[in-house]
Design a protein around this ligand. Structure first.
Ligand code: URA
Length: 437
């Protein structure tokens, strides 16, 4: 008996060659490539080769649109139309100490806008929102679609939960492959990956926090701008009102890098305090989200200062079985790094601090690894601060003191005490530009 065979309309090698030689891949062939990879007909080796060709040769705007659309078509499309309120989401391209989603979602919900924040876990040096929230005793990341709807429709209005596996499964497979084949930092691949998930999610509007600097995918602002423009165009063309802020990720955001300590800092913001840079970015993103939802004059700072955002936060955590008042995990071991001399903190590079926190156990090297919620770094100073010899600069926390050596190795040369900080690298506002369609 002969097994029935589907005749495939294209050949992966031809698609790879076309891109390798710098050509544009015709729409039907590109759609087929994504579909055949999701089905398992195109192998990981072939897709990795194609991703590398895209990395080297780039893609035209129309190819990026088709790639994004093909990834959306690989899974389900959600819709929040039945909610009867506007939905606005935020996505950050990832950074070090980036806990903004935690205070931002409840803050925006105060104004009657629904926030569907489908989030991920951390991989490598950038932390994951779900990992941070799982530091809270009892908190549950996995919600059914019905639970998500009920939470957004009701008094809470905001939800931060795990994205279901049904959204853009082609991206899930391709992203895991890119992660191990050196093909992450490509504008067409990042833009299609992020936007396929956000468009499939069905939000009405989206604000992108596109980061540049040492702790970001894009080291320089010009590449970040190009990424932002590409994503804003993809969202707008799909009917999602999309804008982007270009934000500085040269220095860790705030004073906490980790999981439980980032929750603590988020709660400080929700109580009207917290580090100035975290508040500045939270307020800027909230204003941008509310402007897209038709409320350009919303007084978001008042909602942080008068307890309304905090009340929403507590309701949001309780709705997902968490106890917002329970003590957060504390590390068993700490190691304090002190200043060697008097002077000014002139440099603190985000990337090595992110890697050090990861090595302390705050992040994971493989998707299946657990994270240590109490592990991380608490900064005592930031660039521009004056210090005296012997004064604490930052504290490393871990469950096992054997982890300190490798974390300290990552931090070697990552900070400096000198005479004057370089304002071109460290200093200035966090939000540098706003990109619109
Ligand atoms: N985040 C994503 O979801 N995809 C990328 O390619 C990069 C960051």
């Amino acid at each position: 008996m002969t097994a029935e065979r589907t005749i495939e309309p294209f050949d992966a090698v031809d698609v790879i060659r076309a891109k390798r030689d710098g050509g544009a891949v015709p729409e039907p062939a590109l759609r087929w490539m994504v579909d055949a990879y999701t089905r398992g007909y195109v192998s990981d080796a072939q897709m990795a080769s194609f991703a590398m060709a895209v990395f080297q040769r780039g893609m035209q705007r129309d190819e990026i649109r088709v790639l994004t659309d093909a990834m959306i078509a690989s899974g389900e499309r959600m819709s929040f139309a039945a909610l009867g309120k506007k939905t606005v989401d935020k996505h950050s391209t990832g950074g070090v100490g980036d806990k903004i989603t935690l205070p931002l979602a409840p803050l925006v919900a105060v104004f009657g806008v629904a926030v569907p924040q489908l989030s991920g876990r951390g991989l490598g040096h950038t932390g994951g929102t779900l990992d941070k929230l799982e530091s809270i005793p009892g908190w549950r990341a996995a919600l059914s679609n019905d639970e998500m709807f009920a939470q957004m429709q009701g008094e809470v209005g905001a939800v931060i939960c795990a994205a279901g596996s049904g959204l853009a499964p082609a991206d899930k497979k391709l992203y895991a492959l890119r992660d191990v084949t050196g093909t992450v930092e490509s504008i067409p691949l990042i833009a299609s990956s992020i936007m396929s998930k956000k468009i499939a999610e069905g939000t009405d509007a989206l604000v992108l926090d596109v980061k540049f600097g040492s702790g970001a995918f894009m080291q320089d602002i010009d590449r970040a701008r190009e990424l932002a423009r590409t994503m804003v165009a993809l969202g707008t063309d799909s009917g999602v009102a999309t804008t982007a802020l270009l934000t500085d990720m040269n220095v860790p955001l705030g004073m906490a890098i980790g999981n439980a300590n980032e929750v603590r800092e988020s709660v400080e913001i929700l109580a009207g305090g917290g580090p100035a840079d975290v508040r500045e970015l939270t307020v800027a993103l909230a204003k941008e989200m509310l402007a897209l939802a038709g409320q350009p004059d919303a007084d978001v700072e008042a909602a942080l200062d008068d307890g309304r955002a905090m009340d929403r936060w507590k309701a949001m955590i309780r709705a997902q079985d968490g106890d917002p008042d329970a003590p957060l995990p504390q590390a068993r071991e700490t190691h304090v790094v002190t200043a060697q001399r008097d002077g000014l903190v002139t440099r603190m590079e985000a990337l090595p601090f992110g890697i050090a926190a990861w090595r302390l156990g705050a992040g994971r090297a493989r998707a299946e690894d657990p994270v240590i919620h109490a592990a991380g770094i608490d900064l005592a100073v930031k660039p521009g601060d004056a210090v005296r010899a012997g004064q604490p600069l930052f504290t490393l926390s871990a469950d096992d003191d054997q982890r300190f050596a490798r974390a300290l190795e990552a931090l070697d040369g990552a900070y400096q005490i000198g005479e004057a900080a370089d304002p071109a690298v460290h200093g200035g506002p966090i939000v540098r530009e706003r990109i619109t369609a």
